[in-house]
Every structure is written in structure tokens, then in C-alpha cells.
Ligand binder design. Structure first.
Ligand code: NAD
Length: 498
């Protein structure tokens, strides 16, 4: 199949750097195509195209920009099957989950359709004698997004849908592992009526990222990926005077109190620990059952149920999850499992030997469960990002709640209980950005906002929802009066309203 190139000024643009990155079919382990990696000069061309499109797009009234988002939403819906198949073939997540990836992106597009309302500013009549004060939100200019492999539809939409609706133009640098869906989204945006240059895309690696972070015409960058790179992006981008939000890795805990509904907990954990092969930043790879009885029951039932999960090719409609994204990632997960064994955790279920008949070269890994994991183990402290569940036992809720609060990551956390007061206190006190109460994957809906704490996010403003509009705009506040006759000039004294 054809290699994936760039999308600049409304059309596909052949890469010229001569550098490529392999795109695998994770089901077969074979290279299916390549992504052209952009040079600094090619990134510069995408930025120049976005800059040229800016005056017309930013001056267009928000209702007309919203109409483009409405048309885009319809086109994505019409192309849902094709997009989900494409996504699944490069990422490895099953088709139903791929549709969920696209749909969660569409949810943000729907939010962006409300941009005329969202951009309304504030107004105070009579803030002083004959003085009115009003504020407005204005676009930043040329903006950029750098996205990870694990949600190739949803995360680009988090960024470009809100930014473009706000009146900015955009350069997207998606993951080089699964860039076909982002490319298709760019084409659909043009079909929806966005002028050429409003949304551009470059494939690339560090060179392209650095070109974005240092280019004087880029005003803001949103990044989602692993924490070390998120920190690098935050540091380099802010050093170059840009507004940056950089979401990083995660290690989410679920705390199970003795009064929780264990049937629900087991069902929720199967999906949230192993769904999408654990390649979700809001997965639940750590379980903290409180009390020995709770832990014994949870571990026994999880081991029993996890063995029944169907791991299959991503087009298998009955499969619970498919392969992981690359063989390198599979090896990394396997090495963390070995680390857990070496550190003395109890391996109750080992997915390393899993092999799918007829797809022996595919990047599959079976469900894996560790019991008696301790907080001082490196395999607990670091993100594994695979179908590996680690059980850390605790005696009290206080002991359990300290684990996510003290962990270096603070993306999401869940509490399973029937005790409302305990849940309320937990939600208030836990040092984590997104909390689920009897909800295993508490990804907020699009009109709320997404963002973790600690090493899960660098910067201050979250993705989508009103926070997203804040990130992609700057506020201007106007204080005006229309004086008549003699003016009592107090230029030497700071004016007060007293
Ligand atoms: P990654 O950090 O490897 O890549 C993310 C992006 O950075 C890609 O576009 C990639 O091309 C680019 N990149 C890679 N190496 C780079 C370098 N040396 N310099 C500059 N840019 C570089 O992440 P990934 O493996 O694609 O995605 C998985 C990670 O993303 C996990 O850590 C996961 O937790 C995290 N994630 C976080 C969230 C969140 O909202 N917090 C959401 C999804 C995924």
C-alpha cells in the first residue's frame, strides 16, 4: 500500500526528506506501509500554509466556523466504518473499540460546534461613571498538536477541533505509528469546507517536533504522549515563548473497598485493565483491594475470568482485545513482567507465551496478573502500558488512598464502594486529576475537561471543555468611556472606582 505522506495547504504532499518510519500491521507483524518523516523545512512549509490561511479563517464569524464543524461531524459519521477499519489495522485495537476512539473524538467536535456561544465574552455596564468593561476571546494564531499512537482519532480531535473552531489554524504531527486516520481527518475537514491551510499535517519524529517547538510562528502547542517527552516538549516550547499543555503517562489505581459490588468490580476491571491491550492512559493497571478477604476474592475471580478472555486479530468481532502496536512495545511489556518476577511480586497469570494460531508473528500478549506487588518495586512505579494488572494489597482505605496520591503519575483513579461518605472524602482528598466513583475509566465527557496531575500533565490548562477554549484563545479586556465636556484628569493617580 502507498506510504503515508504529509497534508499541506489542502492536499497530500510527498515527503522529500528520504527518511521513513515503518507502519506495521500488528495482527501479522508485517510492515504494511511507511510514514514519511518531515524535515525542518517541510514542517516550515506546513506552518507557512497555516499562517497564510489565518487572516481569512480567524476573521470568519464563529457561526460559519461552527458550520464547518457540523459538516465535519456528519462526514466523519458517514465514514465511520472506513475510519475504524483503518485505525484498527494500524493500531491493533478491535473494531468496536476503534469506533469508540472515533466517537470520543466526535464528541469533542460536537462540543466545538457550540463555539459561537463559547466565545462570548463578559460585559460590565457602568463599571465607573460612564465606563463599560468588556472582554473577548481571540484566537492565538498558528497552533500545533503532537499526538500519541494510542488514540489516533480522539486525541487529534481534542486539539484541532477546539483550536480551529476558536479561529486558529493548525499543524498536526500525529504518531508515526498510525498516521492514516489523522490524514483522513484532514481530508474530511477540507471536504467539510475548511479552507486549504486551516488544518495541515506532517508526519515526523524528533526533528519535526523540534521544528514545531522552536518555530517563531507557532503560538501554542498541545502534546499528549509519554512523560519524559511531555516534559521535554513543555520545557522546550515554553523556553521558546509558546503556550504549552503536555499530557504525559499514567499509572491509574482502582481501590476496592470490602463493601463494593464484586460482580461489578470484576467486570469493570476486565475491561479497564485489559481492554485495548492496556494501551490506554485511563486504563486501570493497578488494583488495591482493601482487606485480605477482598483481595483473595478479587485475585481469584480475576485470574479465573482473565483466562477466558479472547485475544484475537483486531477484525475478530468476538475478540476482547487485539495485539499491541509494535514488537518493540511487546518486548517492553514482557521485560516489565520479568522485572515484576525478579522483584518478588507473585505472578498469577503470565501472558508472555500467548500465541495466536495463524498469526504467530503478530504482536499479541495475553492477560497478565501480579499479586502482592509492593510500592517500592520499579515495575509498580513505572508505566507498563500493556495488558498487565498489578494487585497491591492494603489494610485500610487510608493506606490504599495514599498509593495513588503518592505515585509519580496522577492521571485517573477509581474507587469502588457503596459508602457515599467514604467516596466523597476520597474524591475531595486524592492527589489525582480525574476520579471515578464506581466508574473504572473516568474519562470526562467532552464538555467537561480532561487532564491529569503530577507527571501526567505539564502546564496548567486541560484538554477540551471550557478549559480547551481557554487554552486556544487569549483574552482581551477593554475598558471604555465616551467622555463629554470637561475631563477631570487624574493621570498622576491610579484611577479607582471608589
Ligand atoms: P510517545 O511519547 O512515544 O510519542 C508521542 C509523540 O511524541 C509522538 O507524536 C511521537 O512521534 C513524538 N516523539 C516520540 N519521541 C520523541 C522525541 N524523542 N522527541 C520529540 N518527540 C517525540 O508516546 P506514545 O508511545 O505514542 O503514546 C503512549 C504514551 O502516551 C503513554 O505514556 C500514555 O500514557 C500517554 N498518553 C497520555 C494521555 C494523557 O492524556 N495523559 C493520553 C494518551 C496517551
Amino acid at each position: 500500500m502507498a506510504d503515508v505522506h504529509h497534508f499541506i495547504n489542502g492536499e497530500r504532499r510527498e515527503g522529500r526528506s528520504g527518511r521513513f518510519s515503518d507502519i506495521f500491521d500488528p495482527n501479522t507483524g508485517q510492515v504494511q506501509r511507511r510514514a514519511a518523516l518531515a524535515s525542518t523545512a517541510e514542517v516550515g512549509e506546513a506552518i507557512a500554509s497555516a499562517k497564510a490561511a489565518l487572516p481569512v479563517w480567524s476573521a470568519m464569524n464563529p457561526q460559519r466556523r461552527a458550520r464547518v464543524m457540523f459538516a465535519f461531524k456528519r462526514l466523519v459519521e458517514e465514514n465511520m466504518d472506513e475510519l475504524a477499519e483503518m485505525l484498527s489495522s494500524e493500531h491493533g485495537k478491535v473494531i468496536a473499540d476503534s469506533k469508540g476512539d472515533v466517537q470520543r473524538g466526535l464528541d469533542v467536535v460536537e462540543f466545538a460546534c457550540g463555539i459561537p456561544h463559547l466565545l462570548k465574552g463578559e460585559y460590565t455596564e457602568g463599571a465607573g461613571p460612564g465606563i463599560d468593561v468588556y472582554s473577548m476571546r481571540q484566537p492565538l494564531g498558528v497552533t500545533a498538536g503532537i499526538t500519541p499512537f494510542n488514540f489516533p482519532a480522539m486525541i487529534p480531535c481534542w486539539m484541532f477541533a477546539v483550536s480551529i473552531a476558536c479561529g486558529n489554524t493548525f499543524v498536526l504531527k500525529p504518531s508515526e505509528k498510525d498516521p492514516s486516520v489523522p490524514l483522513r481527518l484532514c481530508e474530511l475537514m477540507m471536504e467539510a469546507g475548511a479552507p486549504a491551510g486551516v488544518l495541515n499535517m506532517v508526519n515526523g519524529d524528533k526533528e519535526a517536533v523540534d521544528a514545531i517547538l522552536t518555530h517563531p510562528d507557532i503560538k501554542a502547542v498541545s502534546f499528549v504522549g509519554s512523560s519524559d517527552i511531555a516534559h521535554y516538549v513543555y520545557k522546550t516550547g515554553t523556553e521558546h515563548g509558546k503556550r504549552i499543555q503536555a499530557m504525559g503517562g499514567a499509572k491509574n489505581h482502582g481501590i476496592i473497598l470490602p463493601d463494593a459490588d464484586m460482580d461489578q468490580v470484576v467486570k469493570d476491571y476486565l475491561g479497564s485493565a485489559f481492554g485495548s491491550a492496556g494501551e490506554r492512559c485511563m486504563a486501570l493497571p493497578v488494583a488495591v483491594p482493601v482487606g485480605t478477604d477482598t483481595a483473595d476474592e478479587f485475585v481469584a475471580r480475576m485470574v479465573d475470568e482473565a483466562q477466558k478472555l479472547r485475544v484475537g486479530v483486531s477484525t475478530d468481532m468476538d475478540a476482547h482485545y487485539g495485539p499491541v502496536v509494535t514488537s518493540a512495545h511487546r518486548e517492553k511489556i514482557a521485560s516489565y513482567i520479568q522485572m515484576g518476577v525478579d522483584e518478588g511480586a507473585e505472578l498469577k497469570l503470565d501472558g508472555r507465551d500467548f500465541s495466536l494460531q495463524g498469526h504467530e508473528e503478530g504482536f499479541f500478549i495475553g492477560p497478565t496478573i501480579f499479586d502482592h506487588v509492593k510500592p517500592n518495586m520499579r515495575s509498580y512505579q513505572e508505566e507498563i502500558f500493556g495488558p498487565v494488572l498489578q494487585v497491591v494489597r492494603a489494610e485500610t482505605l487510608e493506606e490504599a488512598a495514599a498509593l495513588p496520591s503518592d505515585h509519580q503519575y496522577g492521571n485517573g483513579v477509581a474507587l469502588f464502594t457503596r459508602n457515599g461518605r467514604a467516596a466523597r472524602e476520597f474524591a475531595q482528598q486524592v492527589n489525582v486529576g480525574m476520579v471515578g466513583i464506581n466508574v473504572p475509566i473516568p474519562v470526562p465527557v467532552s464538555y467537561h475537561t480532561f487532564g491529569g496531575w503530577k507527571r501526567s500533565a505539564f502546564g496548567d490548562v486541560n484538554q477540551h471543555g471550557p478549559e480547551g477554549v481557554r487554552f486556544w484563545t487569549k483574552i482581551k479586556t477593554v475598558t471604555q468611556r465616551w467622555p463629554e465636556g470637561e475631563i477631570d484628569d487624574q493621570a498622576f493617580v491610579i484611577p479607582t472606582m471608589g
